[in-house]
Design a protein around this ligand. Structure first.
Ligand SMILES: Nc1ncnc2c1ncn2[C@@H]1O[C@H](COP(=O)(O)OP(=O)(O)OP(=O)(O)O)[C@@H](O)[C@H]1O
Ligand SMILES: [Mg+2]
Length: 200
C-alpha cells in the first residue's frame, strides 16, 4: 500500500495519523514514511523516537515526488506520505504517487465545508492516477452526535468514510515524539485499510 495522508486544511491530524499508521505498518513489514511537509513534523517525531522508531523516515517535500518514487521506495512493503496543508503542488504529487488517499477530518460542518479543495485536487488528477479515497474522522468527541451527522453529510457528498474513528484525546498531543502504542484505534483503521486493499 502506498498511502498519502492529505487535507489541504491545516491541523486536521495528518501527521498524527501518518506516524501512527506508519508505526503499525512498520511492525508488519518494511515501511517508509515520506515526510513531504516542509514543516518537517513527522521527521522531528521520528528523530525523537530514535532507534525505537518502527519505520524509516525520509524528508522529501518536492512537487515531483511521484517521479522519483520508484527509486526511493525500492525494498519497502509499505509507503506512507505525510503532506503539508496549503501546498497544492506537493499534495498533487503525493496523490499521483499513491494507491490510497486518506483524508483526516474533524466531524464539524466547517471542516466538511473546507474539504472541497482537497476533493477537487484529487478529482483533478483522476485521469492520471485514481487512488482509493477515504475520509478518516479524527478528534471525535465522545457522546456527541457530530460524527453521525458528519457521516450523513459525507455520504450525501459521495465520499467514503472509514468505519473506525479516532477520538479526541490528550494522549495524542502528549504522544508526540513517542513510539505510538500498538493496536487501539489506529490499529482498527489499519486493519480496515489493509482488508479493503486485499479485497480490491
Ligand atoms: N485525536 C486527537 N485528539 C487530540 N488531539 C489531536 C488528535 N490528533 C491530533 N491532535 C493534535 O492536534 C494538533 C494537530 O495535529 P497534526 O499535527 O497531526 O495535524 P496536521 O494535519 O498534520 O497539521 P498540519 O496541517 O499543520 O501539518 C497536534 O497538536 C496534535 O497533537
Ligand atoms: Mg502535519
Amino acid at each position: 500500500m502506498r498511502l498519502a495522508i492529505t487535507n489541504l486544511k491545516g491541523g486536521t491530524g495528518k501527521t498524527t495519523t501518518a506516524v501512527h499508521l506508519a508505526a503499525g505498518l512498520g511492525r508488519q513489514g518494511r515501511t517508509l514514511l515520506i515526510d513531504a511537509d516542509p514543516q518537517g513534523s513527522a521527521t522531528e517525531w521520528a528523530v525523537l523516537m530514535g532507534d525505537e522508531c518502527p519505520f524509516t523516515c525520509v524528508t522529501d517535500a518536492g512537487d515531483d515526488l511521484h517521479r522519483r518514487l520508484g527509486q526511493q521506495t525500492r525494498g519497502y512493503d509499505h509507503v506512507i506520505i505525510d503532506t503539508p496543508p496549503g501546498h497544492d503542488a506537493i499534495v498533487r504529487s503525493a496523490i499521483l504517487a499513491a494507491t490510497d488517499v486518506l483524508v483526516p477530518l474533524a466531524p464539524s460542518l466547517m471542516d466538511i465545508n473546507r474539504l472541497r479543495p482537497t476533493i477537487e485536487l484529487i478529482a483533478a488528477v483522476e485521469r492520471l492516477n485514481a487512488p482509493t479515497i477515504r475520509v478518516l474522522l479524527t478528534r471525535v468527541r465522545s457522546n456527541t452526535r457530530k460524527s453521525r451527522l458528519a457521516r450523513g453529510t459525507l455520504a450525501e457528498l459521495g465520499v467514503p468514510v472509514v468505519e473506525a474513528e479516532i477520538p479526541l484525546l490528550e494522549a495524542y498531543v502528549t504522544g508526540f515524539g513517542l513510539v505510538p502504542p500498538e493496536g487501539h484505534r489506529y490499529g482498527a483503521v489499519l486493519d480496515e485499510l489493509l482488508r479493503q486493499a486485499v479485497a480490491a
